[in-house]
Design a protein around this ligand. Structure first.
Ligand code: ATP
Length: 324
């Protein structure tokens, strides 16, 4: 392998830049050329490439987003699109690919590998932490810190006005952000896609905490919570059943995906970037690099894609005890 291409694809996440930097510098360390591919698979189809050396990634370790830009590419879902992408890689002399993204991006990488026998390596970059084969995806830790900081601020105003706040956080299929930030921010209840608390139990629990002397409450709701109601419907239901509460909704939205990566995400990105390049140079392909039991480890892409929506039972129990 003489030249490695690197791209970011799907939703961006803090730490992607630190991973790009690690890939570029590891290539330089091993005297392998490195090419940045803009806008994920779409840039691969269009041949939107840039040679990258160790100095082209100065001062990005601390930056959110991705300097290579990210995109979702419908064309890459077609055999024609992938063929064009392959031709551009060959023309540019690129003979291996590091894909930083989520499960969709890994599916694309796997399809591409099968079709053209092209070496690929994945780095998990998504704030949702919903990928199998790593305890942490890039951006998850930063997103948790962002969410906890926001909820702390919301709590200030909630307790000044005796209000109940529903705070919606990201997580359509996975409740990792909600569960961890909810525990960290001391939420009264946490609603996640993996568990059905039920509306009646929610109201009961809120009534209990009101009776026990709490003057304000925060309920953290994952986008895809199991009750199946959106956060505004939840507000209406609780207001009907608990007229004594002044209920408000706060949807945190895309601010959760931005910001300077935490130290944890920067270190993780650096470790995963080094491992991704060195694994390709050792002739490995079709794996994702991740963190398992605090060690960097490889998981076949096929397994990583299947996802890890299982929620940590121990965390659920801790959350139950903390909301007593
Ligand atoms: P996030 O978790 O933030 O959504 P993701 O990587 O899962 O990130 P997707 O939009 O699902 O994001 O996938 C990114 C891109 O990967 C798609 O736009 C498409 O180009 C490519 N891709 C996804 N699935 C396939 C597939 N089955 N075949 C080919 N390419 C695919």
């Amino acid at each position: 392998i003489k030249k490695i291409g690197v791209l970011t694809s799907g939703g961006d996440s803090p730490g992607m830049n630190a991973a790009i930097r690690a890939v570029v510098r590891t290539c330089a360390f091993h005297n392998v050329e490195c090419v940045g591919i803009y806008r994920g698979y779409q840039g691969m189809i269009e041949g939107d490439f840039k040679e990258m050396g160790p100095r082209s990634v100065n001062n990005i370790v601390n930056k959110g987003g991705t300097i290579l830009k990210s995109a979702r590419s419908k064309e890459f879902m077609t055999a024609d699109g992938r063929k064009q992408a392959y031709q551009h890689l060959i023309d540019a002399g690129i003979n291996a690919l590091v894909v930083i993204g989520g499960d969709g991006s890994f599916t694309g990488a796997e399809v591409f590998n099968k079709e053209f026998n092209f070496p690929v390596m994945g780095i998990p970059g998504t704030i949702d932490n919903d990928i199998y084969g790593t305890s942490h995806t890039l951006g998850f830790d930063t997103a948790l810190n962002t969410v906890v900081e926001a909820i702390d601020k919301i709590r200030d105003t909630a307790s000044s006005h005796n209000r109940l706040f529903f705070v919606e956080v990201m997580g359509r299929d996975a409740g990792h952000i909600a569960l961890n930030s909810g525990i960290g921010a001391g939420a009264e209840e946490i609603l996640i896609p993996e568990e059905d608390l039920g509306l009646d139990r929610l109201v009961e629990s809120l009534k209990r905490s009101k009776l026990s002397g709490k003057s304000s409450s925060i309920v953290v709701v994952a986008e895809g919570d199991k009750i199946g109601k959106n956060v505004f419907e939840l507000k209406d239901y609780v207001e009907e059943n608990m007229p004594e509460y002044d209920v408000r909704v706060s949807v945190l939205g895309h601010m959760q995906r931005g910001g300077s990566p935490s130290c944890f995400d920067r270190v993780l990105a650096s470790r995963l970037g080094v491992k991704a390049v060195e694994s390709l140079l050792e002739g490995k392909t079709n794996f994702m690099v991740g963190l398992l039991n605090d060690k960097v480890a490889l998981t076949p892409l096929t397994q990583a894609i299947k996802g890890n929506t299982e929620v940590d039972r121990e965390l659920l129990r801790v959350s139950d005890i903390m909301t007593t």
